[in-house]
Each structure stands twice: as C-alpha cells, then as structure tokens.
Design a protein around this ligand. Sequence first.
Ligand SMILES: [Zn+2]
Ligand SMILES: [Zn+2]
Length: 310
Amino acid sequence: MVRQCFLTGELIFFAEERAKRPQNFKKAPVSKTPVESCPFCPENSYMTPKEVFLTKDKKIRIIPNKYPFVSKNDLTHYGIHDVVIDTDKHDERLYEYTDSHIGEVIKAIKSRVEVLQNDKNIFYVQVFKNEGINAGASQSHSHWQIASLSVFPPKYELTKNILENYYRENGTCYFCNLKKTLKNQIIDENEYFMAYVPEDAKFPYEMYIIPKEHICNIVYFNNEMLYSMGKLIRNCVKRLCTLIDGISYNICFYNSPSPLYNKCDFDKYMHFYIQIIPRIGNIAGFEFSTGCYINSVLPEKSAELLKNVF
Ligand SMILES: [Zn+2]
Ligand SMILES: [Zn+2]
C-alpha cells in the first residue's frame, strides 16, 4: 500500500512484513556524557556561553549554542542558534517531568521565540528536540534547540504553499478540517490540544499534536494553553517510551513565519503543529535518494498501540 503525505507530497510505502525483521526495534545503545564533562549541568555552566534566559529556580536555561551553524555576524545568512537546557538534572528524562516543569519549559521556549521573532532579520524560527543518539543528540543531558533563520527552508515553503492552496480551494484551514474527521487515530487529548497518528505517517508511531483552536504561532498561546501543550507532549513521549524502552525521537514545532514578516494572510491557513518522530531504523539510501519513506507499521495499528499502552 502506498499513501502520500499531504503536507509534503512525499510517498510512503507501507511494508508490515519488514517489522518482523529482527534488527528492527532494537534498543539504541545509550551514549552518556559523564556529569563531570557535561556542559549542561549547572555546576559546569562556565563551559558554555552566558545564558539569554533563566527561570527563577534556575532549572531551565537558554544559552547561545557554542558551535552555531548560523551567525549574527553573517549578513547574507544571518541567524541565531540557541540551546534550551530544560532540566538541571543530568539524567532526568522529559517523560518524567511534572506538569509544572514541562509547562515552564514550553513557556520558556515561547518567550524566547517571541524575542527571536521580533528580530527584523529573522523570518523563520525552528524549535526542535533530538533525544537519544539515533535522533542526533550529541549530549545525553536533556535539551532542545532553536534555530532562527533569515531564509525560509524549502520544505517549509512547500508545506506553506500546500496549506495555502487547500485554504483557497476549501475556504478553511487543513488542520481545522482534519480534526473533525479524526476518530480512532486520536491517541490522547486535553482541554486545548489533541494528539493523533496521521494516516499518512512516514514513521512507525509518528504522532502529531495540534491545538483544537485555530492558532498559527506559539506566541499566541496563553500560559494555560502552554501548560496544556506541555502536558500532552510529555504524555505522548511517555506513551512512546513505554511502548519502546530506550527509543530515540525528535520533536519538531511548526510555526507560522515571524509575525513581523506576516504581510499576507499566513495566519488564516497556517495552523501550529508539533511532530514527534520515533527513530526506528534509519533514514537510509532509499529515503535520501527519493524523498520516499518505508513505514513498517500501519498508522491505524500505531494509533491503537499508543492509545492502549497504559
Ligand atoms: Zn548534565
Ligand atoms: Zn486551523
């Protein structure tokens, strides 16, 4: 069976037989930075640039990345690369955070995004988390990254055009319409947010989280909504990590462009969304060369397992 990702046009080949291959779903080797050399532990803060954000309890710290891939000094490719250290405990995992801890993490990210979006040179802000070595994390101490760019990434441009066309043809936002049709795909929800497995999922146990209200940018969420978002992210990660112990994963936020850049009607058709991508198996030659994916678990099956994991 083949499906097409609505947001990117990429093709997904479903091959359930492959899930039975013994090398799949193996626990990733755990790479642990020792506490003594961990730049994200509070006692080693001298190893990193001075923070640009710090909570009162000093639990959450945002610092400029010591090894940024973009720079404020590069006028052609201006950018800012931050690291959000979301816990002061070396081994604490996101799914263990309390409601108020994860709520404060999302609040901290929002307040930083707000500052970055007010920089007139920034068009696009990407928030993401790499957790585990299969997801590209170079430090085992939990953290997120915020990459702010003066260009629109081509993938984002593509999705933006698809969502804009959908809006023009249907007179409504794609996600606002989609949420009415989701039934068995919903795995969890709370007052303001819902989590589901899309039927065009590219990866086994891939999840999306969307606000129930049409909101296009994280800066428009109030504190109550940010807490609600945090709790649902944590619960989804907990479901995933309960299903597959030791799994690596990525979390990506998709925001509308900076409101300063928002000269047209982005806000009508852009709906804030979060993607949680479990890293089972590798993105390999076929994916790199074709932009197509092979998913060994049907989204319907992924949803059922994630929903019933507790
Ligand atoms: Zn540490
Ligand atoms: Zn919407």
